[in-house]
Ligand binder design. Sequence first.
Ligand SMILES: Nc1ncnc2c1ncn2[C@@H]1O[C@H](COP(=O)(O)OP(=O)(O)OP(=O)(O)O)[C@@H](O)[C@H]1O
Ligand SMILES: [Mg+2]
Length: 284
Amino acid sequence: MSTPLLEVRNVGKRFGGVIALREVSTVVNAGEVTCVLGDNGAGKSTLIKILAGAHCHDEGEYLVEGEPVRLSSPREALDRGIATVFQDLAVVPLMSVWRNFFLGSEPRVGWGPFSMIDRKKACETTRSALADMGIDLRDVEQPVGTLSGGERQCVAIARAVHFGAKVLILDEPTAALGVKQAGVVLKYVAQARDRGLGVVLITHNPHHAYPVGDRFLLLKRGRSLGCQEKADITLAELTRQMAGGAELEALEHELRQERVVPEPAGALEKKVNNSRLSKERAIS
Ligand SMILES: Nc1ncnc2c1ncn2[C@@H]1O[C@H](COP(=O)(O)OP(=O)(O)OP(=O)(O)O)[C@@H](O)[C@H]1O
Ligand SMILES: [Mg+2]
């Protein structure tokens, strides 16, 4: 077995008195998708920020291609080929697709202070990189804001692939999307994987994770509920664990007991009329 692209061993992170993450271990291999699942506040973003260099871990080990590291900035992570696509920060809506694709790394013509952006080349490169990923955009000059949520995510994914990322981290790329759009994004996640990238996919939704995932790391209140290979877990079991299993059953029971008996028809109308009458009386 070759060395994983990324590996965390019992990593932990505290923010003052709050333990955001504790004893979490997983691996990210080339050509595989590692899914990170968990409810709100489970520690998903904290883990991703450690992987992406935005936070440094307090406990455990973080290894990049077998080498223990302490990343101090996202730039350092990027230099090691770890690209992160954040849900909202992926693109600048008013800028064209090609400007968003390059964002500061545009090809230039000319020399020194007289150089300028090579617009033609930039547009062509963007179009062909998107086409390579199977994304067919009519016009790369159109503002990114005019694209659908799914297409925007795809532009961000294509950008990371084009600039030679080895690891692609996607923070809830399907959260705000409808069923069809989410499907499109998952297709590009699979394409990035098939190109040999290691992908980390964060999601709330086991139905999005299961079809593309190779392993599933479940987090709950900062702790790991285990990291399972796809062969060892079914979609039904993953969904049950995500939903909290026994906790959900207890909640369902509680809700059934607390059900309020609806008032008979006409009762509400009578109440409104009565209150109106008493108000009128008070005024007169
Ligand atoms: N910078 C911070 N300072 C203090 N506490 C933090 C900080 N970042 C995260 N936390 C705490 O760590 C815990 C885990 O937060 P995290 O953002 O990682 O959860 P999450 O799984 O990404 O949740 P969500 O699905 O809502 O995005 C939370 O209790 C949160 O309040
Ligand atoms: Mg989060």
